[in-house]
Ligand binder design. Structure first.
Ligand code: ATP
Ligand code: MG
Length: 334
């Protein structure tokens, strides 16, 4: 049976990267009659400092972002992670399964901790174990995420394999990472070597789902590029990270291939391409942001949806956690 799980951190406002790498695919899965579980991973967000009031606000905004992108809380389970304690509990078990050496190789920790690793939180280091728990406490079979999370998915797979081996069981499914589509890694508009992130200090580096038409156009106009015209074929984007990024974004937003986009724009300069990209981005994103604004007028309703989603998530996760405790050898007597 197919069960999709994916999460997004309430660590800031949603970006175009989150939309193309994750959100855009969430509603599609649900339309194929598959069981879909979507989580606002607030426990992950606090691996770096979050102001409490801002975190609460970001959680509700993210819930609105999910719904505005087409996630239907009646057909999908939509909830925030901290309301289902199985995530944190299973993460502890996995802290005792995963090896320091495995986590030492995680590039996201290196990127986020930066030079001052001694001062990073222990939670930031253990982040992938919590992510493995998110996935495995539902026995999820599919995890649609952006390309930046591929290494963490592989770690979740390694944890499942080691747990099964250590205890001589065939309990946790071993999920192969599948990362589909163009623009599953959207890059920063200021630096083609860095991924677009909601937590990037530079607002110019990203397009926020809540940016208005002027802001979107202005950011695309100012996006870093080289001075050459666009090539006629995808091979011509080799070594041109910034140009490739803008073409990838166009292709993903238009549901076209890169080759199709270049068949249309090859030979043209950014003076022509950037306005076309801006128009497309505005057309795709502004309906989502106005729907978010509308939904956020009723915070009580959003909180109700998250609570109800948490009840439904708990009903799946709790029995799997109880079985895990049993396998590990914990006495359960109440
Ligand atoms: P943060 O900077 O706080 O880590 P983020 O923008 O990376 O925020 P996450 O909540 O960590 O967002 O990730 C949510 C989902 O969005 C994941 O599936 C992730 O792979 C995807 N994602 C994040 N950034 C990008 C990107 N630049 N391109 C494609 N997908 C992305
Ligand atoms: Mg991230």
């Amino acid at each position: 049976k197919t069960r999709v799980f994916s999460g997004i951190q309430p660590s800031g406002g949603l970006t175009l990267g989150n939309y193309l790498g994750a959100l855009k695919r969430f509603a599609v899965a649900q339309d194929n009659g598959i069981e879909t579980i979507y989580c606002i991973v607030d426990l992950h967000a606090i691996t770096v400092w979050q102001d409490p009031a801002t975190l609460r606000q970001a959680t509700r905004e993210l819930a609105a972002g999910f719904i505005a992108s087409g996630v239907d809380p009646a057909r999908s389970i939509l909830f925030n992670q901290s309301q289902v304690s199985a995530h944190a509990e299973l993460a502890w078990v996995f802290n005792c399964v995963a090896r320091m050496g495995w986590l030492n190789r995680m590039t996201q920790f290196k990127d986020k901790a930066g030079k001052n690793r001694e001062n990073a939180s222990v939670g930031l280091f253990a982040y992938p174990n919590l992510m493995a728990a998110d996935i495995l406490t539902y026995h999820a079979t599919h995890v649609p995420v952006g390309d930046d999370q591929k290494q963490h998915l592989e770690l979740a797979r390694d944890i499942a394999i080691k747990f099964n081996n250590d205890f001589g069981v065939n309990f946790f499914p071993v999920v192969e990472p599948v990362i589909e589509g163009v623009a599953t890694r959207v890059m920063s508009l200021r630096d083609g070597g860095k991924k677009m992130s909601k937590s990037d200090p530079s607002d110019q580096s990203r397009i926020n789902l809540t940016d208005d038409a002027d802001a979107i156009s202005q950011k695309i106009r100012k996006a870093r590029t080289d001075a050459d015209a666009l090539p006629d074929t995808p091979e011509g984007l080799e070594g041109r990270a910034e140009a490739r990024n803008l073409v990838n974004i166009y292709a993903a937003l238009a549901d076209k291939t890169v080759a199709e986009v270049l068949a249309e724009y090859g030979g043209q300069g950014f003076g022509a391409f950037k306005p076309a990209l801006a128009d497309l981005a505005v057309a795709k994103l502004t309906p989502i942001s106005s729907e978010m604004t509308r939904l956020l007028q009723d915070v009580a309703e959003i909180d109700r949806i998250l609570g109800e989603g948490a009840d439904r998530a708990e009903a799946i996760a709790r029995p799997i956690l109880e079985q895990t405790y049993d396998i590990v050898g914990m006495v359960r007597s109440r």
